[in-house]
Ligand binder design. Sequence first.
Ligand code: NDP
Length: 399
Amino acid sequence: MAKVLCVLYDDPVGGYPKAYARDAIPKIERYADGQTTPTPQAIDFKPGALLGCVSGELGLRKFLESRGHSLFVTSDKDGPNSAFEKELVDAEIVISQPFWPAYLTAERIAKAPKLKLALTAGIGSDHVDLQAAIDRKITVAEVTFSNSISVAEHVVMMILGLVRNYIPSYQWVVKGGWNIADCVERSYDVEGMEVGTVAAGRIGLAVLRRLKPFDVKLHYTDRHRLPESVEKELNLIYHADVESMAKVCDVVTINCPLHPETEHLFNASLIAKMKRGAYIINTARGKICDRDAIASALESGQLAGYAGDVWFPQPAPKDHPWRTMPHHGMTPHISGSSLSAQARYAAGTREILECWFDGKPIRNEYLVVDGGKLAGVGAHSYSAGNATKGSEEAARFRG
Ligand code: NDP
């Protein structure tokens, strides 16, 4: 019987919710490319419930215990004395969410001789040292597409929020003011702007589709080009490299995975080549941007705004410069963890576990590493290697 170690974010400070703002969430059966939403044999939760926190347990306890497996759930994930590191020594399966990532570094993997499956309840498995997983033949899987649309919606919100100067204007109201000139001195229309996405995968393409009605000029760069029909439909301008796109854009949205090719892609040199007053929205991974280069470009005015929900490490230490830099619209890592998304990735986690225990193949599109090599979505969208370096700094959040 397997020991399943699950790392989830803390419950709300006011306790686990007794009621919700809405009574139901829409039922979605397929994604835009025809892929079905997760198809577990059953679920033991009500869609729309808070599942991603410790008490939510991704709705897995009844299922796992009824099959004789044990489930240990904790939010205590950082540092050598964490519950995660102590429980890891005999765990067969680790489940983690990117929002509150249990970093599975090579050192930690070496301390987990029984570990066979690292399951990401969400999308983005860069918190796992993929090279170490490849070397140890640990399967890495994620719930592909489960929260891609959740993120795409968030990106559109953040583009509008930054360009129209929403957050500072809201703050004037809360402060009791009516300071129109203060609000609008940094407020523009998105209409007519050049907007580009780094990557046109599930999120990037969904962002492009959602932005089309705003009458902006759309650009993208990706390792694989989109079908000609899609380029025509959306009137897309393709760039063979990120630099050529970043130079002409007013707004850049980053939607690629973090892997060795994309780590610190947006550094001081690339940002200096962008138009003065450009905006960056990064909901992909914090480490794709150079932390200090972003902060100083906002200070100097080279960037007019930066927004997103991803940081490195997570949780971000209290003195992380992105908390206090000017003209930012940062939130904690939430875009892919709406209650709607949670229902899908909890169901997908269960689907993957059912396959694992029943000896059935995990959907190819869910696989990142399998059999000692990149597989499925991993083979398409990632490169081998490690992007977890520096993650131990997350321990400073509570230190
Ligand atoms: P997809 O796998 O559908 O898309 C990723 C795309 O990135 C692919 O088209 C891939 O190209 C492209 N890509 C990879 N490397 C590069 C590169 N060096 N330059 C340009 N493009 C590149 O994933 P999603 O769209 O669903 O998710 C993307 C990322 O967003 C995730 O990996 C995760 O990090 C992040 N995410 C964040 C969430 C949040 O809550 N903030 C939630 C969900 C995801 P190709 O396959 O053509 O080689």
